[in-house]
Design a protein around this ligand. Sequence first.
Ligand SMILES: O=C(O)c1ccccc1NCC(=O)[C@H](O)[C@H](O)COP(=O)(O)O
Length: 211
Amino acid sequence: MSVRTKICGLSTEETVATAVRYGADYIGFVFFEKSPRSVTPEKAAMLIRQIPDHVQKMGVFVDPDNNLLERALASGLTGFQLHGHETAERIASIRETFPKVKIWKALSIANSQDLAQAPHYRGLADRLLYDARTDGVLPGGMGRRFDWRLLKEYKHPLPWALSGGLDANNIAQAVAITGAELVDISSGVETSPGIKDMDKIAQFLQAVRLL
Ligand SMILES: O=C(O)c1ccccc1NCC(=O)[C@H](O)[C@H](O)COP(=O)(O)O
């Protein structure tokens, strides 16, 4: 099975170049000031200029207003990844305002009841991102994982991706249990919060390629 990859929270030219060189399918930029990975639209534009067309560029947001979405989109994003409390109605409105942009809705998962939100986004989001529920300042990028067995046999209402606490050592098991065809990673390729490591990026992407 070929598993696609998203490397999230990049903020330097070197790490973007490494992710592209080792075959990342998606690269994520965080537009959330409280995050150690936060970038401005200007910085994202500079980084996106070095990314070829076949690699998708996701902007990560937490309850953004349209003004931020517009400014971030101008940097060259191809998709919005929404990590806040965006309702189905809000997502419908974002889709109407930005019809060409792919929309991913992140769901915070801690138990099977959390999956009940998933069908609400059918026909609205292009993809769900199952991520671990966090109790800290950041709703993502915390290296926290959830029980992957929750996704075993689950009938997904939408295309989806797996994230939360993935790394080069556990990715084979995570994919074997969940059947994920797209995986997303941030802190698993860092040396400390916000500091991406080029070797870890390369190792993760190589580990996925071997699956
Ligand atoms: O990464 C952040 O700082 C962040 C901040 C606010 C909302 C979402 C954020 N990250 C979203 C991602 O796509 C991460 O890749 C995902 O949560 C997995 O992170 P990790 O468990 O560290 O691999």
